[in-house]
Design a protein around this ligand. Sequence first.
Ligand code: ASP
Ligand code: MG
Length: 419
Amino acid sequence: MEPVIVMKFGGTSVADAQRIKHAARRIVETRERGNRVVAVLSARGTTTDELIAMAEEVSAVPDPREMDMLLSTGERISCALCAMAIHDLGHRAISLTGSQAGIVTDESHTKARIIDVRADRITRALDEDRIVLVAGFQGVSSTARNVTTLGRGGSDTTAVAVAAALGAEVCEIYTDVRGVYTADPRIVPDARKLPSISFEEMLEMAASGAGVLQLRSVEYARNHGVQIHCRSSFEDTAGTVVLAEGDPMEQPLITAVTHSVAEARLTLVGVPDEPGAAARIFQALAQVNVNVDMIVQNEPASAGGRAEISFTVPREDLRTASAALEPLAGESFTEMSRSEEMGKVSIVGAGMRSHPGVAAKVFTVLAEEGVNIEMIATSPIKISCVIARDRVERAVQALHGAFELSGPDSISEEQPFTA
Ligand code: ASP
Ligand code: MG
C-alpha cells in the first residue's frame, strides 16, 4: 500500500489565497509522488489572535467551552478553502473538523489533551483516493462531546497524533522558517539551521521557548515513534529532522540558545517551613491547569523561620494563578508579589552532560553584558536563567556568540529569505 505522509501547514503558510493555493500545490505534488496524504492546517495568519480579541470584546472572562467553539473555526476555514483549491487542481479532497477526524480529548477546554485518535473516517477517505484535510488544534471531548482546543500551537500535536494513528512515514511540519535554528534567526541573523536534532534536545528547546514545535507534539512524537521533519513551506529544501538518537557525529557542547519573553514570576513570602506547604500551593495551581515552569525555594536560615517560594508561569496565566492562590493567603503564605515583565534565556545541548564549566561560562557571559540573573534552573542538558524581559535579545546574542554557534549554514549566508 502507498505510504502515508502527514503534512502540517502553519498559520503563515496559509495566510492568504495565494499561500493556500501554494500549499494545495505542494500537497498535490506529494500525492502525485505516490503517497497517501493527510494535511493538517492551522488557522490563517493572525486569525486565532483576532478570535481571542473578539471574545474579549464581549466578555471579560470568556466561557471556556464557548471559547473553544469560537477558536476551532479558524482551522476549519483553512481546511475548507484548501480543499477547494485542491479540487481545482484535479484531485479529490475532503476537509474534516477535529471531531470528524476522530481526535478525542479530555475535557479541559482551551488546553485539552488528545487521549485517542479514531482514524477510521480518515482511513476510509484515503481508501477512496481522497486527500484529507484535518482542522488542527481541536478535538471533541470524550464524555461531554464538546468541541475542545489543544492550546496555542496545538496544530503540531494534531499532526503528530494523526501521523501516529495512521503509521505515517513522516510528519512534515511546514513553516515560515527553514527548520530548527541554533537561535531565533530574527534575533541572531547568523544563527545556523540544524540538519537534525535529538528528541531530548528538541523537548528542552520547545519547553524553553523555541516556537517551531508545540512541546506536546514533541512529547507525543517521542512516545509514539513518529518521525518529524520541520521544513519551509516556501522552498523545497531539507529542513530539520527530529531523531530518536541525536547524530553522534554532530554532538557539540551546546546545540542552541532559546528564549521566551512571555514569562511572569510570582513570589510567596512567609511560607510555613513544614511538610505539605508547597503541596498546597502547587495543587491549587494544578487545579486551574496552570503550567508552572521554574520553582525556587530557600531553606529558612533561622529555626522556626519561614520560607520564600518563587516560580514562573506563562504571562497569560498570571491572573489565573494569582486568583487560585489568593484563598491560601494567611495559611500558606503571608504575602504574594508579582513581576510581569520577565523573560528567560536557555542554552540546550546534550554535550554539556559530560562537560563541567558550562554554567560558569553562561553566568560570566551574562555578567559581562550587565544582565542580572534572577532565577536559575538546570537539567542535565539545559541551563535556564530568568532575566528582565527587555534584556533577553542581547542575552541571546551574547550567548550565541560566546558558544560559537553560528556557522556555514547560517541564514545570512543563504539567499535573503522571502516569505
Ligand atoms: N491556530 C492555533 C494557534 O494560533 C493553533 C496553531 O496554529 O497551531 O495557536
Ligand atoms: Mg506553531
